[in-house]
Design a protein around this ligand. Structure first.
Ligand SMILES: [Ca+2]
Ligand SMILES: [Ca+2]
Ligand SMILES: [Ca+2]
Length: 394
């Protein structure tokens, strides 16, 4: 079926060329893009003073490029365009002035404390009834975190429409493929400790209850799998022997991938201000089928005095209908009869997108306290920016 379609298209193009080669006009444009994007994710990562949330990421402007090849033949126009913004990113860091309590930041013996801002396996493990609910497991005040958020956008579109050179207004119907890939991560590092929930006793103090750590049984019951070191949990320490303290690392990673395919309508127009300067503007709207993939990974690992590595990974896929729109304008300045300098601005939005920073809020517990992940794809992606380029005509 495809082969027949391509053959027919080729015959039409060749016939069109043969019939009106003098009227055919082809164009190739190469552009440098400098685009900003929004950050619609808002999941809390660490609560409390000095904590952080996914909306702390500020992507700012990033460089990209676009190549466009088009041709107008008799009444028709065909155009193919590829663009990519490969490196929107932000990273930030901080120090928690309060302890970071895994299970209960409101316990009177540890408050004020920071907490984990979502349904973490560490939180479930630290609150395991009968195993861990007699103690508060935490990182001591002064724990440090580093966060980063990266994303890549690319797009390919193919549009068939009316001739752009003979009339001031043109339209096109097209197909567009887009990909938005994101990754967000927060890494924490601090000294691990376990405090009795009823009287605040630390290990070795008078009245200290047994356990004094976070057990393997509780970590495993919360869904963690050992991927390195011993299956022996993590131990708190006697403040009289500070060299035995465990330095713990905790990492939260979210990944989101969106693959979109769909149809779109383009309306555009051009207006020659003079022999040299032409203004061009366009509007696009479309509906795209979005296949999203989300991954949420939580890791807890010993850095000093322990080498155990525990991980819990969730994955989910979901499809949705995404609505997209774009608006832009260009100023074309003729350098010669065959070369234009172009200066432009464009804005683009897409609904129902999976964003990496939102994926941790897709974790929920059921009636039995078991955690489940369901991909979050209600984000809005919006990007806008300027372009400079050269257009060659022949
Ligand atoms: Ca506990
Ligand atoms: Ca204890
Ligand atoms: Ca404990």
């Amino acid at each position: 079926m495809h082969r027949v379609g391509y053959s027919l298209l080729l015959i039409m193009l060749v016939t069109g060329l043969g019939g009106s080669v003098a009227e055919a006009q082809f164009r190739f444009e190469s552009e440098y893009l400098l685009w900003n994007r929004n950050n619609d994710s808002d999941a809390t990562i660490l609560s409390g003073p000095g904590g952080t949330s996914a909306d702390d990421a500020d992507f700012g402007y990033a460089s990209g490029y676009r190549f466009t090849l088009g041709g107008s033949l008799s009444a028709f126009d065909v155009e193919a365009s590829f663009m990519q913004i490969p490196g929107w990113e932000d990273s930030w860091a901080g120090t928690l002035i309060n302890p970071l309590a895994f299970d209960d930041p409101n316990n009177v013996n540890i408050a004020p404390a920071s907490g984990l801002g979502f349904v973490s396996a560490l939180g479930i493990a630290a609150g395991t009834p009968g195993l861990e609910d007699n103690e508060i497991e935490f990182l001591e005040a002064g724990a440090q975190f580093q966060s980063r958020y990266d994303s890549t956008f690319d797009s390919f579109e193919l549009n068939f429409g009316s001739n752009r050179t003979v009339r001031p207004v043109y339209f096109a119907l097209g197909w567009r493929h887009m990909e938005l890939d994101e990754s967000a991560a927060t890494l924490l590092r601090g000294t691990f400790q376990a405090m009795d929930a009823d009287n605040g006793a630390l290990p070795g103090a008078g009245g200290d209850e047994a356990n004094n750590g976070l057990s393997h049984a509780a970590l495993a019951a919360a869904g963690f799998v050992v991927t390195g070191g011993g299956a022996d949990g993590f131990l708190g320490y006697d403040p009289a022997a500070p060299l035995t303290a465990t330095t713990l690392g905790v990492a939260y990673e979210g990944v989101a991938r969106n693959d979109l395919d769909g149809g779109q309508l383009t309306l555009g127009g051009r207006y020659a201000m003079s022999e040299i300067v032409t203004l061009q503007a366009g509007l696009k709207g479309g509906v795209y089928h979005n296949r999203s993939l989300g991954i949420v990974r939580e890791s807890v690992f010993g850095i000093v005095n322990d080498s155990s590595v525990y991980e819990r990974t969730f994955r989910d896929r979901r499809t949705s209908a995404t609505f997209g729109g774009a608006a832009g304008f260009d100023v074309l300045v003729a350098l010669t009869d065959y070369i234009n300098f172009t200066l432009g601005y464009e804005a683009l939005f897409l609904t129902n997108m999976a964003l990496a920073g939102d994926q941790s809020s897709g974790i929920n517990t059921d009636l039995f306290g078991v955690a489940h992940y369901s991909l979050e794809n209600s984000g809005v992606f919006a990007a806008h920016g300027g372009s400079v380029g050269l257009q060659f005509l022949w």
